[in-house]
Write a protein that binds this ligand. Structure first.
Ligand code: TYM
Length: 329
């Protein structure tokens, strides 16, 4: 079975609709016929300042959400990145292969550092290199992510290729697995910007009060005109709502456009608020159940980490050998 790996940051606690539709939804379906590895990337989370208590809590909240959204620990390997020390170890080797200019070209770094001007750490700069290590350790064929991760995937392939040609074949070159329709979910208040927790406003969080989400959806910025049609260029707001509606309800966009013929934006938004609430309510309940028993949750994560390490340690050992480290006796 082909292997997939992906990761998600625990930074904000609650995932948002972009995280789910752009990535986690694909994680759930890929676990059916792939050898899947999914991690909560706490090492990546500390590239910006964190409160330790919150980080610990949000890491568990993230794992609980993945389980509640359908990641099955019997089928997927679900783990916390810091439980597998090989990530940081291979991360160092990858740093030594990366050009300074190459790392400087990462647009996410440029965006994030522009926003955090006073406190940009080196970790934020080397963040995509650690991400490359996450992926390469597992020899993943595919990496299910949203559009914003494409450049990091390119870097990962470049680094893997560079290592292989310098030291001999060692890493599989992974491919980004990006589902076009939901690759980029837009902010409800600014439908030309990506939905993102670092730019609050029109972000629908899975764990917030559903009354609040329904209200955010009702007050989403729509476009001039009154027709409900899918036209990203001229109607980015309505098109974004249709994308979300379609993904959550399983109805095609065409079907929705026909159904809303003659109705107004208000009807669409009110109904989408209801569709979202209906979808997320049982998920919120399951998250609460998992968090009710943190000891059991930690056990699931420990089993995941144990399996992840079995795979990761083989790659790391081979990498050490290729690069010329003396093996300890
Ligand atoms: P993170 O935690 O920011 O986001 C998790 C996933 O959600 C996707 N995503 C979106 N998709 C569509 N529309 C949006 N508005 C939207 N916002 C976020 C992201 O593309 C991502 O797939 N660097 C990664 C975490 C990471 C990782 C990895 C991913 C660390 N190591 C190894 C894959 C493989 C990140 O910050 O994701």
């Amino acid at each position: 079975r082909p292997r997939v790996l992906s990761g998600i940051q625990p930074t904000a606690g609650s995932f948002h609709l972009g995280n789910y539709l752009g990535a986690v939804r694909q994680w759930v379906s890929l676990q059916e016929d792939h050898d899947a590895f999914y991690c909560v990337v706490d090492l990546h989370a500390i590239t910006v300042e964190q409160d330790p208590k919150l980080l610990r809590q949000n890491t568990r909240v993230s794992a609980a959400q993945l389980l509640a959204l359908g990641i099955d620990p019997e089928r997927s390997t679900l783990f916390v990145q810091s439980h597998v020390p090989e990530h940081a170890q291979l991360g160092w080797i990858m740093q030594c292969l990366t050009g300074f200019g190459e790392a400087s070209r990462m647009t996410q770094f440029k965006d994030k550092s522009a926003r955090n001007e006073s406190s940009v750490g080196v970790g934020l700069f080397t963040y995509p290199i650690l991400q490359a290590a996450d992926i390469l350790l597992y020899q993943a064929h595919y990496v299910p992510v949203g559009e914003d991760q494409r450049q990091h995937l390119e870097l990962t392939r470049d680094l893997a290729g560079r290592f292989n040609s310098r030291y001999g074949k060692n890493f599989r070159l992974p491919e980004a697995y990006i589902v076009k329709d939901t690759a980029k979910i837009f902010d409800l208040q600014d439908p030309t910007a990506k939905m993102s927790k670092s730019v609050p406003g029109g972000v629908v969080e899975l764990l917030e009060d559903t009354k609040k989400s329904a209200k955010k959806i009702r007050s989403a910025v729509t476009d001039t005109g009154r027709e409900i049609i899918f036209d990203v260029e001229n109607k980015p707001g309505v098109s974004n709502l249709l994308t979300i509606y379609s993904a959550l309800s399983g109805r095609s966009v065409d079907d929705l456009v026909t159904a809303y013929d003659g109705k107004g934006y208000g009807d669409l938004k009110k109904d989408l608020g209801e569709v979202f609430t209906e979808w997320v309510t049982p998920i919120q309940a399951r998250v609460a159940e998992y968090l009710d028993d943190p000891a059991e949750l930690d056990k699931v994560l420990a089993r995941g980490a144990e399996h992840a390490r079995e795979v990761a340690s083989v790659t790391l050992r081979r990498t050490y050998e290729k690069i010329g480290f003396v093996a300890p006796v």
